[in-house]
Design a protein around this ligand. Structure first.
Ligand SMILES: *[C@@H]1O[C@H](CO)[C@@H](O)[C@H](O)[C@H]1NC(C)=O
Length: 417
């Protein structure tokens, strides 16, 4: 656990001193740690978890809206769910300003936009496809602590027609005009990169050190209907290969652009073909409990912008039924508990290795101090992503090295070194 003040200090230090480390084939960008849904006292942070679920729900709702508009149709069984709204209890936030309560929920690193470059602390999100940062014209209090993009001081800005608008977890929107710019991430430059400097920024970002989001998924879910940063960099041959790798851990998290960072994993990468058009999605998955298969034949979306893991409500119910002593904890948000003294050994398999989720990554903490029941990092939630589609966020990604290959149109996993 760490406090907000130190997190912001780290973030600011990164902003001023981020020097990309050039490697043989690609570039590394250091990421700061994502906060957890567990409080300092070891109990489950229920409000933060609901907030996180609602933010995930609205993000993927927006992805489906974008996909239907861009592609003219949705994947089988997919739908546009009603938007959800959740406001963090205000008093609680004020009372605990420097606790885990206020943790950010992203893997953040720096990005430079414009000429000369303006620096921003950005959440790298493999589950969305747009780039936005606050605009100098954003006058709301939420923007007061943020780095803001100013077109007037850049020589490479081009204003484009239209507006960008997406809904976030507290029901408010993030919106602004559309520009193209030169965007630089760890020395990898994308020119003519579409992005939005936003004029309205929802309150939910006020206690969050990040300035904006950079999507790393496919153009099919882009709200701007344009190539996301990495796709554009690949097209412009700014990187040697159309591959990026992510290591998400409590320390030493990084994004590697233009290949995979072989110092971070051992053995080979187990690749699986991407299915569908919008996401880093692999089919033929199964979930195992203590090495025994419980549910088979589903799809998985690998999303660094989601904190936990979600599956269809009925499948997740079946899964927890096979764990002795497990109980439904929050029926609205699909959270379950299990006896803390025996954290289930959960793994996913796509036809190769069993990729095991550590007890620390599966256990979100006790339902209350001394309860003996702990909440699991897998929740039942219909996000509208389609039949049998599960969403695997950090609770999964923290256990593996993940490779995202546009070259092979595949997503792969390797054993962390
Ligand atoms: C902000 O407002 C000014 C003045 O209206 C305008 O010229 C500029 O393009 C706006 N946007 C940004 C991102 O600077």
């Amino acid at each position: 656990m760490f406090c907000k003040a130190s997190l912001i200090a780290v973030a600011l230090a990164l902003l001023s001193s981020a020097t990309p480390v050039a490697q043989e084939s690609g570039s590394t960008i250091a990421l700061t740690k994502r906060g957890s849904l567990t409080k300092d006292d070891g109990t489950f942070d229920h409000d933060m978890a609901i907030y996180s679920t609602v933010r995930t729900h609205n993000k993927h709702r927006q992805n489906m809206i974008n996909m239907e508009r861009n592609e003219g149709r949705l994947p089988a069984g997919a739908s546009i769910k009603p938007a959800r709204v959740f406001r963090m209890p205000h008093q609680k936030r004020q009372k605990e300003p420097l606790t885990d309560e206020e943790n950010d929920l992203e893997w953040a690193g720096t990005v430079s936009i414009g000429t000369p470059g303006q620096s921003f602390l950005i959440d790298f999100d493999t589950g969305s496809s747009d780039l936005w940062v606050p605009s100098v014209n954003c006058t709301s209090s939420t923007c007061s602590t943020k780095h803001k993009y100013n077109a007037a001081t850049s020589s490479s800005d081009v204003k484009k027609p239209g507006t960008f608008s997406i809904l976030y977890g507290d029901g408010s929107t993030v919106s602004g005009p559309i520009y193209t710019e030169t965007v630089n991430v760890a020395g990898i430059k994308s020119t003519g990169q579409y992005f939005s400097p936003v004029n309205t920024l929802s309150d939910s970002f006020s206690n969050d050190p990040i300035d904006g989001i950079l999507g790393l998924a496919f153009p099919a879910i882009s709200n701007l209907r344009q190539n996301p940063f990495f796709s554009n960099a690949v097209q412009e041959r700014a990187v040697k290969s159309g591959v990026f790798g992510m290591k998400l851990a409590s320390s030493g998290s990084e994004l590697y652009l233009g290949g995979t960072d072989t110092s971070q994993y051992t053995g080979s990468i187990e690749y699986h073909s991407v299915t569908g058009s919008g996401f880093w999605q692999a089919s033929g998955a199964k979930i195992l409990l203590s090495g025994k298969s419980v549910i088979t034949g589903f799809q998985t979306v690998i999303d660094s912008g989601t904190t936990i893991m979600y599956g269809p409500p009925s499948a997740v119910q079946t899964f927890y039924k096979s764990i002795p002593g497990s109980k439904l904890y929050d029926s609205t948000n699909g959270y379950y508990s299990f006896p803390c003294k025996s954290v289930p050994s959960v793994s996913f398999n796509w036809g190769g290795k069993n990729w095991v989720i550590s007890a620390a990554n599966f256990n979100l903490g006790q339902t209350y101090q001394g309860s003996g029941q702990c909440v699991g990092a897998l929740a039942g939630q219909d996000l509208g992503l389609g039949n049998n589609v599960w969403l695997l966020g950090d609770s999964f990604m923290k256990n593996v090295y993940t490779a995202f290959s546009f070259d092979k149109n595949s997503v792969g996993f390797a054993t962390l070194s």
